[in-house]
Design a protein around this ligand. Structure first.
Ligand code: CTP
Length: 208
């Protein structure tokens, strides 16, 4: 069993000293990778910038910075994997222009133009090999299950792990509801992320 997991935020550069990013700590993705290593699986972890040590025993570790680097790495490795879990908080927008020189301040406001990044998970869903299991995350501040179900269908996923931003973002514990494409709805109570990761893998992969 070969599993690819993504984790952490991405950073989208503005200039040599500044970037746009988010509060993702990477802990959920790292915990899922560690739980899969415990089961003896071949685990590839693709990580944005985080302050965590990669779990021991990984098959492969790839460190990336931006959404486009994550897209390139994941799209090249995913076709050889039995399952992919996109736990990374990938930026949806990046600065339309990256300044080579540090941006100097001027009187008045600065308006930044942002452009969309590629939706990696949607691309994987559109090109999913037969038999591959594709899992996404949804972190929402409102209408959790409605938004999560919409992402499950739109991105052609097998499962989506829905959590509120409050319970799961940059925290040591999480509570998730797993939505399956066959209509399954399974809620897991608040637990430390390493424990929750094992519970999630047990449900998504009955042979775990
Ligand atoms: N994702 C991705 N590529 C992106 C953005 C997100 O692969 N450019 C993945 C994440 O890893 C996660 C899921 O898609 O598994 C989150 O779905 P998304 O629709 O992007 O949710 P948000 O980023 O929260 O965006 P929004 O709620 O604004 O639609």
């Amino acid at each position: 069993m070969r599993l690819l997991v993504t984790a952490g935020p991405t950073r989208e550069r503005l200039d040599p000293v500044r970037f746009l990013s988010n509060r993702s700590s990477g802990r959920m993705g790292y915990a899922l990778a560690a739980a899969a290593v415990e089961a003896g699986w071949e685990v590839i972890l693709v990580s944005g910038p985080v302050s965590l040590m990669p779990p021991l025993g990984l098959f492969r570790f790839e460190s990336v910075e931006s959404a486009s680097q994550m897209a390139e790495t994941v799209k090249s490795l995913a076709p050889q994997c039995d399952a992919v879990i996109m736990a990374a908080a990938v930026a949806d927008y990046r600065p339309a222009r990256v300044s080579v020189q540090k941006i100097k301040k001027h009187p008045g406001d600065l308006v930044l133009q942002l452009e969309r990044t590629e939706d990696i998970l949607a691309a994987l869903g559109a090109a999913k090999p037969a038999g591959q299991i594709l899992i996404g995350f949804a972190a929402e501040t409102e209408e959790l299950l409605t938004h999560a179900r919409e992402k499950l269908l739109r991105k052609n996923l097998d499962w989506i792990c829905a959590n509120t931003v409050e319970s799961g973002f940059d925290t040591p514990t999480n509570a998730v509801t797993l939505l399956g494409r066959e209509g399954q709805v399974i809620s897991l109570a608040t637990a430390p992320k390493p424990e929750l990761a094992r519970e999630i893998l047990k449900i998504l992969f009955p042979r775990y």
